[in-house]
Design a protein. Structure first.
Length: 179
């Protein structure tokens, strides 16, 4: 028995569409302050090969400092961790702007082609007074939301170091499919 056509995974994703993390919905519920040098990681399942060119996240009520966004992976389907996964793409350091929970900030990079798999969106802030809107706290599940601390703000590490699982402070990020 096959699934109805409306329930099949698409064979292609249209440009300008968004992929969201596994951990929650699209509408963030509250804001949190960034931890300087902390890289927040949110698991994103990519169902089909596509090109991606950046990620978006909603800024909280205070826009201060800079941010870097990136994409990490893919990880093995049996892995529950981003540890050891390579950085596929990342934005330049960008001043956080457009404070307000309805304002999204887009962090771009040169479009990269990715294959189906499990990836992690990454968001790092430089300043403890900068904010991002986050998903509601979720029961902790291995691999869905993780973080690592760099000690200081800068480019994402080429390979993700050891990570910590968390059920809170998951940025409301989305990954954009390139045109």
């Amino acid at each position: 028995m096959s699934a109805p056509s409306s329930h099949r995974i698409p064979t292609r994703i249209a440009p300008g569409r968004w992929l969201t993390p596994v951990h929650g919905g699209i509408a963030p519920t509250s804001q949190t302050f960034a931890v300087a040098g902390r890289v927040m990681l949110c698991q994103i399942v990519v169902p089909t090969a596509c090109a991606v060119d950046g990620l978006s996240y909603p800024v909280g009520s205070a826009a201060n400092g800079s941010v870097i966004g990136g994409l990490i992976g893919p990880v093995a389907v049996t892995a529950d961790s981003a540890a050891g996964a390579p950085v596929v793409a990342q934005s330049a350091s960008t001043l956080q702007s457009a404070a307000g929970s309805t304002n999204a900030q887009f962090l771009s990079w040169t479009a990269v082609w990715i294959t189906p798999g499990i990836y992690y969106g990454a968001l790092e802030g430089s300043d403890i007074t900068g904010t991002f809107c986050r998903q509601s706290n979720q029961a902790q599940a291995l691999g869905l939301v993780q973080y690592y601390d760099r000690g200081s703000f800068g480019a994402l590490t080429a390979t993700t170091p050891a990570v910590t699982d968390t059920g809170s402070n998951a940025p409301g990020m989305r990954l954009r499919i390139a045109a």
